[in-house]
Design a protein around this ligand. Structure first.
Ligand code: PFF
Length: 447
C-alpha cells in the first residue's frame, strides 16, 4: 500500500487545522452573531460549548482519522466494518462539498471588497449608498461568480499540490500572516477614541440576554467554527504523525480558533461603537457597517484593505480544508490522481456554487423551504449535516470504538502519561451527545 501523506511538522498540523477552523466563521459570523446576541454573555456561552462539545468532537475526529488512516467514509469503515457508522463520513463528505459551494461565494465577495477598498470606493458614501453597493454587487449575475472562480481555482491549486507541499506549506504561511494582520487591526481599533465602549460590549456579560436561541446559536457556531461534522478534522487526522499528541493539538486548535474570533471582535466593535452604530446589523456588519466607517478613521484606507485581505486569507485556508475532504475521498475511491480529482471536484462544486451565487440575484425568486438557495445550503449543512455527523462521531468514540484504541491514540501507544482519559470518556459518552441532541431537537423546532 502506498504510504499515506502526512503533515511534516507539528506546526504544519497546527497551521492546517487552525487554517481550517479560522475562517469567515470567526471574522464575519462570530462578530455579528455576538452583536445580535448581546455581546459578552454570548461569548461565555460559546466558550462553554467549545469546551464541552466542540473540543471532545474535535478530538474524536482526530482519533478516528489517525486510527482509520483514510478519508472520512473509509476511516469509519476501517474501524468498524460492520454497521452503518460510516454514514457519518458520508454526511461529512456531502457537507464539505455543499459548504464549499456556498462558502466560496462569500469568500469571493471578500475579494471584491478588497479591490473596492484598494480603489477607495467607500470614501464619500453614506450608509445607504454602501448598502446599495452591496446589494448591487451580490445580485450581479457575473462579478460574484468571477471572484468565486478565483477562490476555487486557488483552492484547487493548493489542494492539488498535495498535503505537505500544498496544504501544509500554504497554511504555514497564511495563518501567521492573518494573525499579524488581525493584531495590526486590533491595535488600530483599540487606539480609537471610544474604543472602551466596544470592549465593554464584548467583555461585560449581560445574562438577561441568554435564552434558548442564544445557546442554540452558540452551539451551532462552535461546530461550524471548529469545522466539525464536515469530515475535515477526520481527513486531517489521517495525516497526523504517530508522535503528535492528539489531546494537546486539539486543545491548542480550539484555543487558537476562539482567540482569533475574539480578536476579530476586538478589531470590529470598537470601530463600530466609535461611530455610535448599533452592533446588531447581522450579516451586513462586515460588508456594510465596516466599509461605512473605515473611511472615517485615521489610516482607514489601509486598514480597510487589510481587513478584507484578512477575510480572504482566512476564507482560503478554510476552503482548502473543505476541498481536501472531497479530494481525499475521490482519490481513495476512484484511485485517480490527486490533481485530476481536485479539478473534477472543483468543477462540480463550482457548478452548484453558481446557483448559490445567482440565488442572491436573478434566481432569488426560487425558494427552498422558504429561503434562497445559498441560505438553504447554509442551514441544511449547519443544522443537519454537521450536527448529525458530529453526533454520530461522538457516539461512535464514546460507545462503540474499542476503548483500547482510543487509549492508544490518546497516549501514543502508552508513551504519554495523560490524566484526562476518564474525563474525556465521560464527556464523550454522556455530556456531548445529550447536548447535541438537545440542540438538534431545538433547531428543528421539536423542543
Ligand atoms: N471553520 C470555518 C469557519 O469558521 O469559517 C468553516 C468551515 C471550514 C466549516 C471547514 C466546515 C469545514 F469543513
Amino acid at each position: 500500500m502506498e504510504k499515506r501523506e502526512s503533515f511534516k511538522s507539528s506546526f504544519g498540523l497546527f497551521a492546517a487545522a487552525v487554517g481550517s477552523a479560522v475562517g469567515l466563521g470567526n471574522i464575519w459570523r462570530f462578530p455579528y452573531i455576538t452583536g445580535m446576541n448581546g455581546g459578552a454573555a454570548f461569548i461565555l456561552v460559546y466558550l462553554i460549548c467549545v469546551a464541552i462539545i466542540g473540543l471532545p468532537v474535535l478530538l474524536s475526529e482526530f482519533i478516528i482519522g489517525r486510527e482509520g488512516k483514510s478519508n472520512p467514509i473509509d476511516s469509519f469503515k476501517n474501524l468498524m466494518p460492520k454497521g452503518k457508522w460510516y454514514i457519518s463520513g458520508i454526511l461529512g463528505v456531502m457537507a464539505a462539498f455543499l459548504i464549499l459551494s456556498f462558502y466560496s461565494v462569500i469568500a469571493g465577495w471578500t475579494l471584491e471588497y478588497m479591490i473596492k477598498a484598494i480603489g477607495n470606493q467607500f470614501a464619500g458614501k453614506d450608509v445607504n449608498q454602501i448598502d446599495a453597493m452591496f446589494g448591487d454587487f451580490i445580485s450581479n449575475p457575473i462579478r460574484p461568480i468571477f471572484w468565486q472562480f478565483i477562490i476555487l481555482s486557488l483552492t484547487c491549486y493548493i489542494v492539488a499540490s498535495g498535503v505537505e507541499k500544498g496544504i501544509e506549506k500554504y497554511s504555514s504561511l497564511l495563518v501567521p500572516a492573518l494573525i499579524v494582520i488581525i493584531i495590526i487591526l486590533d491595535i488600530r481599533a483599540l487606539t480609537l477614541p471610544g474604543a472602551s465602549e466596544g470592549l465593554s460590549f464584548l467583555f461585560k456579560p449581560d445574562f438577561s440576554k441568554v435564552n434558548g436561541k442564544v445557546i442554540l446559536d452558540a452551539l451551532g457556531h462552535s461546530f461550524f467554527s471548529l469545522s466539525l461534522g464536515a469530515g475535515t478534522m477526520i481527513t486531517y487526522g489521517s495525516y497526523i504523525k504517530n508522535n503528535e499528541r492528539l489531546g494537546s493539538s486539539a486543545l491548542n486548535i480550539a484555543i487558537a480558533d476562539t482567540l482569533i474570533a475574539i480578536l476579530a471582535g476586538i478589531a470590529i466593535f470598537p470601530v463600530v461603537f466609535a461611530f455610535g452604530i448599533e452592533p446588531d446589523n447581522g450579516p451586513g456588519l462586515v460588508f456594510i457597517t465596516l466599509p461605512n466607517v473605515f473611511p472615517k478613521i485615521p489610516g482607514g484606507y489601509i486598514f480597510g484593505i487589510l481587513f478584507f485581505l484578512l477575510l480572504a486569507l482566512a476564507a482560503l485556508t478554510s476552503t482548502i480544508s473543505m476541498l481536501e475532504v472531497v479530494v481525499a475521498f475521490g482519490v481513495d475511491r476512484f484511485k485517480a490522481s490527486r490533481e485530476r480529482v481536485a479539478i473534477i471536484s472543483t468543477i462540480l462544486i463550482f457548478i452548484v456554487g453558481i446557483f448559490a451565487s445567482l440565488s442572491q440575484g436573478v434566481l432569488g425568486h426560487i425558494s427552498f423551504l422558504g429561503t434562497d438557495f445559498l441560505d438553504f445550503l447554509d442551514k441544511l449543512t449547519a443544522n443537519y449535516f454537521m450536527t448529525a455527523g458530529s453526533l454520530i462521531t461522538i457516539l461512535f468514540v464514546g460507545w462503540k470504538l474499542d476503548r483500547k484504541i482510543t487509549d492508544r491514540q490518546l497516549t501514543n501507544e502508552g508513551m504519554l502519561d495523560i490524566g484526562y482519559v476518564d474525563t474525556f470518556y465521560f464527556v464523550a459518552k454522556y455530556i456531548s451527545p445529550i447536548a447535541i441532541i438537545l440542540v438538534f431537537l431545538a433547531s428543528v423546532g421539536i423542543i
